[in-house]
Each structure stands twice: as C-alpha cells, then as structure tokens.
Design a binder for this molecule. Structure first.
Ligand code: HEM
Ligand SMILES: *[C@@H]1O[C@H](CO)[C@@H](O)[C@H](O)[C@H]1NC(C)=O
Ligand SMILES: *[C@@H]1O[C@H](CO)[C@@H](O)[C@H](O)[C@H]1NC(C)=O
Length: 329
C-alpha cells in the first residue's frame, strides 16, 4: 500500500475514531451492524483481505484453520476473541483446552491481520470482529460464497478453558450430542447440517489420525474403501501416528464446496460426528438436499454462519478493543 494512502487514512481514522467512542459510550446495548466501521475505518476490508490472501497463498490449509478459529471462538461464551488469549503463568486461556490443543492454528495470521489493521486504523477494530471477517475472506478465497459480515463485537477480558472443554462438541459425538451443543448456543439442527454438519467447514481442511482412528477401525457404518485407505495413513492403535493428517473431504480437500454431502450419502464422512448427519435420522433430508443443490447449501451456510456470529457478542461498553489479540489491555 502506498504510504500516502496509509497516512491519509491513518489521520482520518484518528479523527473518526473519536466520534465513534462518543457513540459507543452513549449506547451500551448496541447491536451488531454491517456498516459499523464504514466511517471509522474505510480500508478495513481490503486490509484484512490482503493479509488473509497472502497467508492462504503460502499455505492453503490456513484458510480452513482460520474458519475453524471463528467457530471455536463463538461456541465458547460468544464471539468475543477469547480463543486468541495466550496462557500465562497466572492466566489459563482456551488454547490448551481439549478441542484446541495441538489442533487449532492460525494465530500468527490473526496477529498479522491485527497489526496491518492497527497500522491503518489504530485502536478501533476488535479481535473478535477480525475473526469474523477473516473467516468470511477465507471461505471466499477457498471458492465458497461471500456474505456481508455483521460487526461491532468487543473483546473479552477473560477466557474459559472449562467452557471450551464443555461447549465444543468432540468428533465422537452422536447426533443427539451435536444437536444439544448447537442448541446451547442458540443454533438449531438446520444450522448444524446447513453449516457445521453440512461439513461445509469440513469440505476444507485436515484431520489428525487420533480423531478418526476409532471410526475407521471399529465402526461398520463407514464405506469399506474409505476405511481401508485411511487405515494406511493411520496404521494402528499406536499413539505414535496420532498426528498423521488426512483430508476431511477426500474429493476436494482444499476447495470449499458441497462435495462433502456426496461423501456422507456414500458413508464416507471421515469423522464419526460427520456421518451422524446421515445415519437414517432427522438430518438425512437436509444432507440429501445439499448433496444435490450447491445453491441451497451456499444460501443456508451464509444464514447459519451469520447466526453463529451473533452468538452472545459483547457490544456497547462491555469488553474492550484489544491492542494485541493475545492479551488483554
Ligand atoms: C458439528 C460439530 C463439529 C465437530 C465434532 C468438529 C470436529 C472437528 C475435528 C475433530 C476436526 C479435525 C481437527 C484435528 O484433527 O486437529 C475438525 C476440523 C475442522 N473443522 Fe470442525 N467440527 C465441527 C463443526 C465445525 C464447524 C461449525 C466449523 C466451522 C464453522 C468447523 C470447521 C472445521 C475446519 C475448517 C476444520 C479443518 C481445520 C484445519 O484444517 O486446520 N467444524 N473439526
Ligand atoms: C480441559 O481439558 C484438558 C484436556 O483434557 C484438561 O487437561 C484440562 O484440565 C481441562 N480444563 C478444565 C478447566 O476443565
Ligand atoms: C476397537 O475396539 C476394540 C474393542 O473395544 C478396542 O480394543 C480397540 O482398541 C479399538 N481399536 C481402535 C483402533 O480404537
């Protein structure tokens, strides 16, 4: 970016941010909105997009990892950036919670986005909002639908490892458990299938052997050919292979599309929890719909990820705008 543009938008950001602060102070129960930073940071979207694009160009899987960060943030006490806080000797965050440890990644990319954004609009954009924009840009870059992102979240001053352990469903979950985890954050079975369960998320990205070993070895409900293939990369009960990676969607591992639904209909979900969505139960009809119709899938995915972004956000004068996403101010 040319330095004249940067300094122009920098001074504009300083000016307008003063007004924004007054507005925020005035309405403690603010709602999220699409144009929250339009005046205070007009270069926000291109700045985020550039940094996310560069990160995914370096490593395609990063797009998947970044999308997942938003999910793992929102399911634990709302979309408040709590997953980004580092552990310290006196503070236990969420990064080492069971669903996250050795598994979630992308924090360096979030740091890069934050520092690019602080460069043009210092002190204005929350880390929680950045996760929402980063997730959208990742999906678009991987070939999925675009959607307008609601903004205005503020960052948590705390995190909860216990809540992270509790709220993010494990891959051993059955359908009932998946539905109840979604209900706990105000999402329904349609969101589960149209979005999480649809494995739209799981049409991109990788899973570690430890998360699917039981499933490929011990369950009868999985396609035989897929089970054989995956066993090769995950040879035994020996934990030495725990971190071997396999694509969640073997048809198109780094493209965001609806192919995962074909996999489910053919009993080729890689995770037990994935195949639960096509197991003769109440989610089957939606899985069939999305396997036939990429349009229905894209439309419902956008509705659901927007709903997830609304989960218990901190707004108004709650929380803070972190200067560094890894620690409270
Ligand atoms: C419905 C319950 C869900 C379960 C049980 C589940 C479970 C998992 C597991 C076990 C992995 C592999 C992690 C590893 O081996 O390290 C994974 C990966 C992933 N999940 Fe989910 N997930 C669920 C919902 C979602 C949702 C709602 C999203 C996004 C909005 C999502 C996005 C992803 C992505 C993108 C990856 C690949 C990450 C990467 O490659 O770095 N998942 N999930
Ligand atoms: C969360 O789960 C991890 C891994 O199982 C465990 O070590 C940790 O003690 C749990 N934390 C809380 C607060 O329950
Ligand atoms: C499959 O189940 C058997 C019996 O419950 C167990 O001993 C074995 O460890 C399981 N295999 C894997 C790979 O988890």
């Amino acid at each position: 970016m040319a330095s004249s543009t940067t300094s122009a938008s920098f001074s504009m950001a300083v000016l307008t941010s003063a007004c924004v602060w007054v507005l925020i102070g005035a309405s403690a129960s603010a709602q999220l909105s699409f144009d929250y930073y339009t005046r205070s940071c007009p270069v926000l979207f291109p700045t985020v997009r550039l940094t996310v694009g560069a990160a995914i160009a370096r490593e395609a899987q990063m797009g998947a990892s970044l999308l997942r960060l938003f999910f793992h943030d929102c399911f634990v006490n709302g979309c408040d950036g709590s997953i980004l806080l580092d552990d310290t000797p006196t503070f236990t965050g969420e990064k080492n919670a069971a669903p996250n440890v050795h598994s979630v990644q992308g924090f360096e990319v979030v740091d890069q986005v934050k520092s690019a954004v602080e460069g043009v609009c210092p002190g204005i954009i929350s880390c929680a909002d950045l996760l929402a924009i980063i997730a959208r840009d990742s999906v678009v870059i991987l070939g999925g639908p675009w959607w307008p992102v609601k903004l205005g979240r503020r960052d948590a001053r705390s995190a909860s490892q216990a809540a992270a352990n509790e709220s993010i469903p494990p891959p051993t979950s059955d359908l009932k458990k998946l539905i109840s985890s979604f209900q706990n954050v105000g999402l329904n079975i349609r969101d589960l299938v149209a979005f999480a369960g649809n494995f739209s998320p799981h049409t991109v990205g990788l899973s570690r052997c430890t998360n699917f070993r039981d499933w490929v070895y011990n369950e009868t409900d999985i396609d035989v050919l897929l089970a054989q293939t995956r066993k090769l990369g995950c040879p035994g009960v020996n934990s030495i292979d725990d971190d071997n990676l396999a694509p969640l969607d073997f048809r198109s591992p780094i493209t965001f599309d609806h192919s995962c639904y074909y996999n489910l209909v053919q009993r080729r979900g890689l995770l037990h929890s994935d195949q639960q969505l096509f197991n003769g139960g109440p989610a089957d009809s939606l899985v069939k719909l999305y396997s036939r119709s990429p349009v229905a899938f894209d439309k419902d995915f956008v509705v659901s990820i927007t709903r997830m972004g609304d989960v218990k956000s901190l707004t108004g004068s709650n929380g803070e705008i972190r200067r560094n996403c890894r620690r409270v101010n």
